[in-house]
Design a protein around this ligand. Sequence first.
Ligand code: F0G
Length: 454
Amino acid sequence: MADLQLTDDVPPEADDGVWLTCIECGETFAPFDDIRYTCDDCDGLLEVRYDDLPTFEDFEGEGSGVWRYHAALPFDVGVTLPEGDTPLHEVPRIEESAGVESLRVKHEGMNPTGSFKDRGMTVGVRVAQEVGVDRLACASTGNTSAALAAYGARGGMETLVLLPAGKVAAGKIAQAALHQARILEVDGNFDQCLDRVQDLAARGEAYLLNSLNPFRLEGQKTIGLEIMEEHYADYGEYPDRIVLPVGNAGNTSALYKCFRELVEAGAITEDQVPKITGAQAAGAAPMVEAIEEGRDETRRWEDVETRATAIRIGNPVNAPKALPGIRATGGTAVAVTDEEITEAQRELAGEGVGVEPASAASVAGLHKLREQGVVDDDESVVCLTTGHLLKDPDAAAEAGAEPEPVPNDTDAILDHIDDRSSVRTGATKAVKSLALVAGGLGAAYLYRKLRSTE
Ligand code: F0G
């Protein structure tokens, strides 16, 4: 079982107060002398450790974005576009339909390449420069490849991306292509692409920048820092719960590391740590299975399928870091269907927040956990939306309204609008009165369901 306890003991391998620790056997390593992604001795996951952990005061007056938090990172500045400082949207209608005390949506789709991966890459590509490599590689369901391509280009490095053929959304491939990555389409799923890229890295052919690389998670930690600071500024308290989509479980691990470090630094108390709550697509839910069955490891799902291609993952490599995080914070993991994901995607879009399907899993998960009575009505919740709507234009078009052909004639257009508006208003009214009759929370849920099928 992984040991995620942070300690004060600085090992002799530390470089300027930074080192790597194996979470399984406790072996420590110098951070930048050799290239390694897992422990030399037992192949366990590595974690970046620091002798000095900052509190919120240390970030004051340090600008904005990921590098505002340099006191919590291995460098003062990275290869930056810049990234972070994403909005924490108010979503009053979803807050009401979910029936929680407060709900905010942290929209990570507003990063430079449209996903949270940029936060990891700004640090990861900086480390690649430090260790002196010139070829970068990743396996990806799409967003990691888009981010790596852009940050690799920014850093002037060659980039290889291994993608599961036919399973990556169009926007993401377009990004990797234009940023001049070599796109290698593998006849296999994401987990098999990751096996291949690990082989390439082990042979010294490329520097691996998947979330197996512990430095990636350092950058992604800053999502947690931004949420904590902004929530506290707005409400005078930290959120009770953070719900996020889970694939390889890197982000889940990064959030838990963020909170462990804040507790260790004395910035927050143990009971102020938000409950980390994962949402997976029902067709790719090994983390949910492990949580439900009380297991310390996930079982590899060979066959995975979901419309949310970003989280179409059956072997979450960061599970040994993420499962203890979910448990220790009192969180949980929940599976949602593709239909529930699309419904949540529409609901977010109805608040002006455009996200790709995987992102909407967080909001779908929150609804499900409210129905199950797992999330209480007095909770303050933050849902993470991880990628932008334009990442997957096909899914957006499918979930959205149909284009309506009209003649090239103003009167005819007005007639058409009037016809369609009266139909739509009538339908909405009927649904609303039905919801009123049913009353209470159940009604809000029904209304949401009916509205989405209008
Ligand atoms: N949401 C989106 C939009 C993603 O692209 C990913 C992962 C996740 C959630 C899950 O995050 O892996 O940290 O649990 N995408 C990776 C990729 C796998 O290749 O882009 P995780």
